[in-house]
Design a protein around this ligand. Structure first.
Ligand code: MAN
Length: 562
């Protein structure tokens, strides 16, 4: 198919405003009709001093240097700007530098759109229907070729396609407007959030100041009080202390009693030995009543001790009771000393522990403030913490720390929100509406993905993992110069937005991967093509409503219906 030159079509757009082409020589377009109105002579358009007789027009001989005397033949085709350069005999350069004043052979194409055909196509034996649907450029029927007028059907089809294109364009623009309003909504949302955050920050700063003062006051007041030693914090602490002392006293007393018992036992043993020898060694023939009574007493004593009574307390038990208390024997006092007194008040102190995790952070500072209030109003006992700091000081400190951290968090959220609002999201910040949405396409062994304002990724379909092709850095503009595609899925001609994605995964022995993402108008987001223009430098072509222009999209020429 021969090339449709934009200039040729463009000139046709103005036909309505120009002199009627009626009665002008063959091949003259409406905008040149006035040069051919005089019937007596013809002045070459580019060289008016050269005049010709009307019979020299279209006589198949190139008489004017600008070729204007041959609007309906191919005689001056070598001057035709639309034709390839021709060798010109006698020219120093070997080619002509002169251009034809006429853009080509005019086909009126009634029922469709008039257009110019390159002069070299005139009477060349080929019907050039895409430019000359009425077939008028083959009037000489060279080689018996006759080109029928197909303008009715071609015009009808063109109008159908054009109407479809127009409707698609309208839908794209509608989509684009919807994206713009979504983006605007998101921007307003961020602005609103910023206002609230700033108000919040003011409140938090004031709260922080107040709590700082309160903490300093409480600390000053508490500094004067005597802080009880650790481990004696409450009733249980005192009780443990007393019990430990008492047990130690009893253990010492028991030890002494045992010593006395052993001494007495020794003495008993000695006396028994004496009495035993007396019984065995006395002379019963001496009638000594005193000795007899002593021996009788011993015998009775010995008889009563025969079934020797066992003591209720064994020596092993007593020795065990005398052992120092430790972690493994007796009472583990350390356990009681370390433990703090538990009371109903602890429910208030430890209230957060009873709450679900998600509520804990939310209520933390409120509970802390509640504790301070309860302590200050005498509802909650102000018992010291394990570190010796009073509960009141600890709670005031905690409340202040919480307020400080809230100020820090809110300040950084404000900064982050301001950065987000100021970020370049393209015209009317339209890409804000697309942020984090992704499009992808399969090419060979990879799936390629673009996430708006995020990452471009090359995903192996053979399970070799994903490769970053870059992260979004900025929006540039570059000129595209491509022929229109029949399906409309192409960049066309004109300035296009190019999103730069850089600093992707390092290329083997090369730089980091990067992607240039070229955008063109389309009804919906679609990744049309991916190519690797040089190693690890990728180019994506994407259709999106975000790239549509409301009027006169560059590279596409509107055609008025006839
Ligand atoms: C992989 C892919 C290719 C790239 C080479 C570079 O195979 O990322 O696109 O060209 O690595 O080594």
């Amino acid at each position: 198919m021969r090339r449709i030159d934009a200039l040729v079509l463009l000139s046709a757009l103005h036909q309505g405003k120009l002199v009627s082409a009626k009665d002008v020589p063959r091949g003259v377009g409406p905008e040149f009709a006035r040069f051919f109105e005089t019937k007596t002579s013809f002045a070459c358009i580019g060289n008016p001093t050269i005049t010709l007789s009307p019979s020299q027009i279209n006589d198949n001989s190139c008489d004017c240097p600008d070729g204007s005397d041959e609007p309906g033949t191919a005689a001056c085709a070598y001057l035709d700007a639309l034709s390839p350069e021709q060798p010109l005999p006698g020219s120093l350069t070997g080619t002509t530098n002169t251009t034809n004043s006429l853009p080509g052979f005019w086909c009126a194409n009634k029922g469709h759109i008039g257009s110019y055909v390159p002069f070299m196509y005139v009477n060349d034996g080929v019907c050039d229907y895409e430019l000359c649907c009425d077939g008028s450029e083959e009037y000489a029927h060279v080689g018996g070729v006759k080109c029928e007028n197909r303008c009715a059907s071609i015009g009808k089809e063109w109008r159908r396609v054009e109407a479809e294109r127009k409707q698609s364009k309208e839908r794209s623009i509608k989509q684009k407007r919807s994206l713009e309003s979504q983006a605007e909504g998101l921007r307003q949302g961020l602005e609103g959030k910023l206002v609230l955050l700033k108000k919040d920050l003011e409140r938090l700063e004031a709260n922080k100041e107040e709590l700082q003062k309160k903490f300093e006051d409480v600390e000053r007041a508490e500094r004067g009080k005597i802080v009880k030693p650790a481990g004696q914090g409450g009733k249980l602490g005192i009780l443990v202390g007393l019990a430990k002392t008492r047990v130690a006293e009893l253990r010492t007393a028991l030890d002494k009693v045992l010593d006395q018992r052993d001494d007495l036992q020794d003495r008993v043993d000695k006396l028994e030995d004496i009495l035993r020898s007396l019984k065995e060694e006395y002379n019963p023939n001496f009638n000594d009543e005193g000795v007899k009574a002593a021996v009788k007493g011993w015998e009775d004593y010995a008889a009563s001790n025969d079934g020797e009574k066992k003591s209720d307390v064994s020596d092993v038990d007593v020795m065990d009771a005398l052992k120092e208390d430790s972690e493994t024997s007796g009472v583990n006092w350390a356990e009681f000393e370390a433990g703090e007194e538990s009371s109903d008040a602890d429910i208030v102190y430890n209230l957060e522990a009873y709450l679900p995790t998600i509520l804990r952070d939310y209520v933390h500072d409120k509970i802390t403030l509640l504790r301070v209030w309860l302590i200050e109003n005498g509802i909650l006992a102000d018992t010291p913490t394990g570190s010796g700091e009073s509960r009141l000081v600890a709670a005031a400190r905690e409340a202040l720390d919480a307020a400080k951290s809230e100020v820090t968090t809110t300040t950084s959220t404000i900064e982050e929100t301001e950065r987000e609002i100021a970020k370049d999201y393209g015209p009317k910040a339209i890409f804000r509406a697309l942020k984090d949405k992704c499009v992808s396409t399969d090419v060979g062994e990879y799936e390629y993905e673009l996430c708006w304002m995020g990452q471009t990724t090359q995903k192996s379909k053979k399970g070799h993992g994903n490769t970053s092709m870059g992260s979004f850095v900025r929006i540039d503009h570059e000129a595209a110069d491509e022929e229109e595609r029949a399906d409309g899925k192409g960049l066309g001609k004109g300035q296009r937005m190019v999103l730069r994605y850089e600093n992707g995964q390092g290329c083997w022995n090369g730089p980091n991967r990067r992607t240039d993402v070229w955008l063109a108008c389309a009804e919906k987001d679609e990744l049309w093509r991916v190519s690797e223009s040089e190693k690890c430098v990728y180019r994506m072509e994407i259709g999106t409503p975000a790239a549509c222009e409301d009027v006169g999209e560059p590279g596409v020429y509107g055609k008025d219906e006839l």
